[in-house]
Design a protein around this ligand. Structure first.
Ligand SMILES: Cc1cc2nc3c(=O)[nH]c(=O)nc-3n(C[C@H](O)[C@H](O)[C@H](O)COP(=O)(O)O)c2cc1C
Length: 162
């Protein structure tokens, strides 16, 4: 059975929600799924991805360097990897934004995953949730966006099993 790790950062919960939605799509396709906060991985020094065939990165959109960088804990995790640390793994990215920037961010993370040697399943989901520039939780993802995440999980699973 293939194994997937979904790495995320969240402050108000929306990115974790999206991670769970993607994980559901993966699990439905027979992938064994683990969801971990990026900060928990770097703090424990467990940046080790050996056991995983699939690695997916999710982040809120904070406008860091204008949509080039994910939230700091995710960035820190990516920094901790060796130059070809994603070689042989199927990878992907997703982002949550309140209004804008998420798609640019996802494209930039996907480029980074490619440079790290990953087989990238591009077009990762961009979810609308939350409030711009605010730590108020705001609205949650629409059923359409939940669906988009599940669909992406299934697409990654099918790419990984090819
Ligand atoms: C400091 C900060 C900067 C943000 N910048 C943007 C932004 O540039 N564009 C946008 O659409 N949303 C922006 N947001 C909103 C978050 O991306 C949104 O609320 C997201 O749902 C938060 O995810 P989380 O619930 O996983 O923490 C920002 C939020 C904060 C706190």
């Amino acid at each position: 059975m293939l194994k997937a790790l979904v790495i995320y950062h969240t402050k108000t919960g929306h990115t974790l929600q999206a991670a769970e939605d993607i994980a559901r799509g993966l699990s439905e396709s027979g992938i064994e799924c683990t969801i971990k906060a990026a900060s928990s991985l770097t703090e424990s020094g467990k940046s080790d991805l050996d056991e995983f065939d699939i690695v997916i990165f999710g982040t809120p959109t904070y406008g860091n360097r204008l949509y080039r960088l994910p939230a700091r804990p995710v960035e820190k995790f990516l920094d901790s990897l060796s130059p070809r640390g994603l070689e042989g793994k199927t990878c992907g990215a997703f982002a949550v934004n309140a209004r804008m920037g998420g798609s640019k961010l996802v494209k930039n993370i996907e480029k980074r995953l490619l440079r790290l040697g990953g087989k990238v399943v591009t077009g990762g989901p961009v979810i609308i949730a939350g409030v711009p520039l605010s730590l108020w939780k705001g609205r949650g993802a629409s059923p359409k966006d939940v669906n988009k995440c599940e669909e992406y999980g299934r697409r990654v699973a099918s790419e990984a099993t090819k």
